[in-house]
Design a protein around this ligand. Structure first.
Ligand code: NAP
Length: 517
């Protein structure tokens, strides 16, 4: 079992009591008492905090830590005091004490801790090494050194990941030695290691009570771990998926897919995969995943800026590219089946299905329909490909006119700049820009005076579900279509590709609306 450890970082005993109760309430499975945050730290205060833990969380095992300031500790307590606190913690019945491996090499410190630990049969020592700057030079050598200091120690090795590709040294270590060690990467690029740690059998991973009480960069909340990332159901067999993009921290895809995996009782997990940089970083990331079949990755959603990189990657690996994705020149879905890759684009059919079902028409209904598409980026491209295929009369309006011209030439339609929206004449108007998206909810791509009640208006922006553009169009009497429906449809199509099963659209809608609250 991998514990979900919740650290508490109190400045005083009353604060400790409150935090211990809160840690229990969020479902902590292991309590870490960070005594280094105590302003007037003393052996007596540490005892009181351990007593509080025994009183308010009698069922939880306890780690006592008094982190050195130079290894991420809160205050500059002396080595002597920190050693006294830890030896007292051993005698007070802590289950684990955590001390920095570097400090444990000092004979004075080691002899005191060693003596205390050997007197107590049930205590285990955690020897930790942190690097807040970057990766360790040789994480494997460091692990071996720590492991062989004395028998029964739990090595804890943590470093900051600058890029998601920095995570693979850590995942390799966990794969080889996961059982009984603590190992993960800090900061947003390292986020996945904190969760995959459970699949790879780590001793513990850490989560905070809430964002304010986080004790390390990139530490998720216990609620996120349990409710979004399915902590309780992860095991060695869990198959992995994720959304590759930059940024991805606010993507709703993990909540959406994990909610559906959960409901369908599937042993699958969907992660946010922050891949910064361009094609090279994307290729390196997917190479890293594919060369580690034990990670059990089975597929990716792909978003800005990697949809074109995705299709090129799959082609370079002699994978299968769906004809629609080929026509669009971009893929938002990759399915991994052993060593075989397939690329798809679910944005285009999702958008067209959303429009046809809202307007009560079929695809033939687009024939000769005058449609204004605002924007010339990735989503516009997918929608223009579908609409022109269905013989709609499309005009593309874009801020950068050159980009509109290029897209229009490729799909044989018209183009104009945003100024020309004052002459807007269309049966269907589609916003494919990010204008109006959270947090810029007071912006709209088209002045309402250029709309009229005979137009249908579709906004691909899905956060908020009803944008200002849609609100104004609705007030004029236009038929309006929300990007939320397209988002759900494209995710449902991905779910089908990932699992072979039909997604529950209502679960998806509820999950999304809850996540947007
Ligand atoms: P993209 O490739 O980066 O394209 C962005 C488009 O927005 C470009 O045409 C850009 O014009 C235009 N734009 C951005 N800021 C603007 C501004 N301030 N004023 C005028 N034009 C502006 O992005 P994308 O992948 O096409 O995504 C666009 C939006 O679609 C996203 O923000 C998202 O809300 C929505 N989307 C919805 C779904 C769904 O399922 N509902 C799926 C994906 C995306 P320039 O060419 O001049 O830069």
């Amino acid at each position: 079992m991998t514990y979900l450890a919740v650290p508490i970082a109190p400045k005083s005993v009353p604060e400790a009591q409150e935090q211990i109760k809160a840690a229990v309430a969020v479902g902590s499975e292991l309590l870490e008492l960070r005594t280094d945050f105590l302003v007037h730290l003393s052996v007596d205060l540490a005892w009181q905090i351990i007593d509080a833990a025994r009183q308010y969380a009698p069922h939880l095992p306890i780690i006592v830590t008094c982190r050195d300031y130079h290894q991420g500790g809160a205050l500059r307590h002396s080595n002597q005091l920190r050693t006294d606190v830890l030896t007292a913690a051993v005698r007070a019945g802590a289950d684990y004490v955590d001390i920095e491996y570097g400090n444990y090499q000092s004979v004075a410190i080691r002899s005191k801790i060693f003596l205390a630990v050997t007197d107590e049969a049930n205590i285990r020592l955690i020897l930790s090494a942190h690097n807040f700057q970057t990766k360790f030079k040789s994480i494997r050598r460091l692990h071996n050194e720590i492991r062989y200091v004395q028998s029964g120690v739990i090595p804890k090795i943590i470093y900051s990941a600058h890029h998601i590709n920095d995570c693979f040294d850590m995942l390799d270590l966990l794969h080889e030695f996961g059982n009984g060690m603590i190992a993960f990467c800090m900061d947003e690029p390292g986020f996945i290691t904190r969760i995959i740690a459970r699949k790879l059998g780590a001793f513990a991973s850490f989560a905070c009570i809430n964002e304010k009480t986080a004790t390390a960069p990139g530490q998720p909340t216990a609620a996120q771990m349990k409710n979004v990332y399915r902590w309780g159901s992860l095991n060695a067999q869990t198959e992995l998926y994720g959304v590759i993009g930059s940024p991805v921290a606010h993507s709703l895809s993990p909540a959406l897919h994990n909610g559906c995996f959960n409901e369908a009782g599937l042993n699958k997990l969907f992660l946010p995969l922050l891949v910064t940089g361009g094609r090279q970083e994307f290729n390196t990331f997917v190479d890293n995943i594919l060369s580690r079949p034990w990670l059990d990755f089975r597929g990716f959603s792909v978003t800005i800026p990697h949809k074109e990189n995705a299709i090129e990657y799959v082609k370079s690996k002699k994978g299968t590219v769906d004809p629609l994705a080929e026509r669009i020149g971009a893929a938002n879905t990759i399915v991994i089946n052993g060593t075989q890759l397939s690329a798809y684009n679910t944005d285009c059919p999702a958008a067209l299905d959303t429009i046809t079902s809202s307007l009560g028409i079929d695809r033939a209904g687009f024939n000769k329909m005058p449609v204004a598409v605002i924007g010339a980026g990735g989503v516009a491209r997918a929608i223009v490909a579908g609409l022109t295929d269905a013989k709609a009369k499309v005009i593309i309006y874009n801020r950068t006119v050159e980009r509109a011209k290029k897209l229009a030439r490729e799909f044989k339609c018209d183009y104009a700049g945003l100024d020309d929206l004052k002459k807007l004449k269309a049966q269907l108007v589609i916003n494919c820009t990010s204008i109006g998206m959270h947090p810029h909810v007071n912006a709209t791509p088209v002045d309402e005076k250029f709309l009229n009640k005979d137009m249908a208006v579709f906004d691909t922006v899905y956060n908020p579900a009803e944008t200002l553009f849609l609100k104004q169009a609705k007030a004029l009497g236009c038929k309006t279509i929300s990007g939320l429906d397209m988002f759900i449809n494209q995710a449902a199509a991905q779910f089908k590709l990932f699992t072979g099963q039909t997604a529950n659209i209502e679960t998806m809608r509820k999950t999304l609306l809850n996540a947007q609250k």
